[in-house]
Design a protein around this ligand. Structure first.
Ligand code: S3P
Length: 446
């Protein structure tokens, strides 16, 4: 009997989740590669000397966008597969001027990090764009500091929206105090700093994910970190050498199973090979504080990133407050944490999360409206959500708004509802987790 039914005849897929016969979730899950690390391994591989070998690359749409942009700039990248991808580096500053517009698709990481790299490629001209969602997301957060470094960038709405045109220039180092804690802003400027004489420093209001710092260092760049002030400094013109990168599983993808395992009664899941970089583990901290039964097993370090297997068993959850410095450490997990809150006793408050309004969708509005349709007690706040849990959900029709994390969060909510739910535009999950729905089907016990 199928718990998950897809209607594949439409370009936008409707997916029906029928929770009727589920008696629990059980099994071992291997999650796909970390999206952030996948992008960075392709990009650093492209600008290093020699070959980079990537094991475990995420095969979602977002890294495919990165690979196609860099191929268009003359980088040889072997066929993408999760076993092994080989990137033949061109060396720093040697990307070719593309003959076509570079299309970053749905991927904020691709466009923002790439802008940093392109800005210093003198005598070359680039045009970058993306899908409807990406063309509505703010680019001024990277365009402004890049212009302070001397970059030449033009775009819609006072250079703040894609499509953007970049004319490569000689850049000057700056010390930039970012108003947002954003790894994309930080990484964009670190990459721009590679093609800048001297030292470029970025200070952020709270620590964001540090995969760029770790990987740049592994490739040979000089990176100085000041943990007291959340500052990172890169020295220009390093020799970057191709490396072997083993991409750990994505904790942002594991988060769906952590919540599913916690809220569906009679469940036990083992999620193998999950990256537990401390700048990403806010979701573990919050779920454990809510009473989730999660244990970390087999902890190890794989190519500079901490990794563990995560075991989750169902348990009652209590409400919590999620706010302040932890937000950047769980920014992508807020939609699925909102689902956990729906099944927790008491009122959960999520604050200081206005950044969610400029993700792949406005995740505060979309989660509030879609959870409301399912019968949750939810109130949208300017910078968060207020959710009173414990009332249960009924099945209905909901929509992903083409946002991958919304599609998957709603699927987990639907799994614990009283009637079947139809999720419109469920195919969005393929951005970061192409096998999500088949894994869901496999772990459902009837
Ligand atoms: C990412 C950083 C985060 C995150 C995104 C991936 C990255 O965005 O939401 O999914 O790979 O650097 P911000 O840094 O803009 O918050």
């Amino acid at each position: 009997m199928s718990i998950v039914t897809l209607n594949p005849l439409q370009s936008h897929q409707d997916l029906v989740i029928d929770p009727g016969k589920i008696t629990g979730l059980r099994g071992k899950i291997t999650i796909p590669g970390d999206k952030s690390i996948s992008h960075r391994s392709l990009m650093l591989g492209a600008i290093a000397e020699g070959e980079t070998v990537i094991h475990g690359l995420l095969l979602g749409e977002d890294p495919r966008s990165t690979a196609s942009c860099f191929r268009a700039m003359g980088v040889e990248i072997s066929q993408l597969n999760s076993e092994k991808v080989i990137v033949k580096g061109r060396g720093l500053g040697n990307l070719e001027e593309p003959l076509e517009i570079l299309d970053a698709g749905n991927s904020g990481t691709t466009i923002r990090l790439m802008l940093g790299l392109l800005a210093g490629h003198q005598d070359r001209f680039f045009v970058v764009t993306g899908d409807a969602s990406l063309r509505s997301r703010p680019m001024s957060r990277v365009v402004k500091p890049l212009k302070e470094m001397g970059a030449q960038i033009w775009g819609r709405k006072a250079n703040s929206l894609a499509p953007l045109a970049v004319s490569g220039e000689s850049l000057q180092p700056i010390h930039y105090y970012s108003p947002v804690a954003s790894a994309q802003v930080k990484s964009c400027l670190l990459l721009a700093g590679l093609l800048t004489e001297g030292k470029t420093t970025i200070t952020e209001p709270a620590l964001s994910r540090d995969h760029s710092e770790r990987m740049l260092r592994a490739f040979g760049a000089n990176i100085e970190v000041d943990g007291e002030t959340n500052s990172v400094t890169v020295t220009g013109y390093p020799t970057l050498t191709g490396q072997t990168v083993i991409v750990p599983g994505d904790i942002s993808s594991a988060a769906f199973w952590l919540v599913a395992g916690a809220i569906v009664p009679n469940s036990e899941l083992l999620i193998e090979n999950v990256g537990i970089n401390p700048t990403r583990t806010g979701v573990l901290q919050v779920l454990q504080a809510m009473g989730a039964d999660i244990t970390l097993e087999n902890q190890r370090v794989v190519t500079g990133e901490p990794v563990a297997d995560l075991r989750v068993k169902s348990s009652p959850l209590q409400a919590t407050t999620i706010a302040g410095e932890i937000i950047p450490r769980l920014i992508d997990e807020i939609p699925i944490l909102a689902v956990a809150a729906v099944f927790a006793q008491g009122t959960t408050i999520i604050k200081d999360a206005e950044e969610l309004r400029v993700k792949e969708s406005d995740r505060l509005t979309v989660m509030a409206t879609q959870l409301d349709r399912l019968g949750a007690k939810v109130r949208e706040l300017p910078d968060g959500l207020e959710i009173t849990g414990g009332t249960g959900l009924f099945g209905t029709e909901v929509d992903s708004f083409t946002d991958h994390r919304i599609a998957m969060s709603l699927a987990i909510a639907a799994l614990n509802s009283r009637q079947p739910t139809t999720i419109h535009r469920a195919e969005a999950a393929g951005i970061s987790y192409p096998d999500f729905f088949s894994t869901l089907q496999q772990i459902c016990q009837e």
